[in-house]
Ligand binder design. Sequence first.
Ligand code: ADP
Ligand code: MG
Length: 245
Amino acid sequence: MSLLQVSHLSKAFGGVQALDDVSFELPAGQLLALIGPNGAGKSTCFNTINGQHKPDGGAVLLDGQDIAGLGPRRISRRGVGRTFQVSAAFHSMTVLENVQAALLSHHRKLGQLWRPAARYYRDEAMQLLQQVGMASQVERACGVLAYGDIKRVELAMALSSQPRLLLMDEPTAGMAAHERNELMALTRQLVSERGISVLFTEHSMDVVFAFADRIIVLARGRLIADGVAADIRRDAQVREVYFGS
Ligand code: ADP
Ligand code: MG
């Protein structure tokens, strides 16, 4: 059984059918790219899986259990994580403190006074930062980091809830080409080492073809292709959507 099974998922906003009968599967340990033109429904797909949107119809099965419409908190507890941007308010905190805060939040202890709480989860936070290659920068304020390094911290924060499925919506947006490749290589490594599954969106076809195990393509809310890079490259419908040929 696949870790994630999206089945006949539909979601409309007013007259816009953002998701139209979308079905796909994501086995454990796979890096799956979701691509498609702007407005295709990619973010809506993510937000429906993570519980921010309630679908109009269809199911989202995690380990065979329907989680559709459960709400973000409960879906996160079932093992679905997502990357968040480190908000500006957290830029004065150190790298280590940000990951500790994410761990505290996951363990529902964020309401406590921050200073005394900073003792907690230090080892776990250090371990996560080591995994994303940030061990040497833990005492730096997030606000002074290079953009690619902030993305690594965000990845460590997302991993703090120990997700089995990680959703990354445009993780490399705004990055230079070498930073994109580094972040995706790191993600690839986390998928292999932790056996987690990752669903990500990405504009660069080079990155998608280089790193994804499999690719699914949305256009106007409909899934038009599902396959490995070689299939997607020569798919007539995909070529039409992307190149008009
Ligand atoms: P993508 O991420 O592929 O660019 P989106 O999922 O953001 O696409 O959007 C799909 C369609 O749904 C677009 O037409 C968009 O305008 C519409 N849409 C998305 N979210 C909302 C919303 N919260 N309210 C109204 N329309 C929305
Ligand atoms: Mg989007």
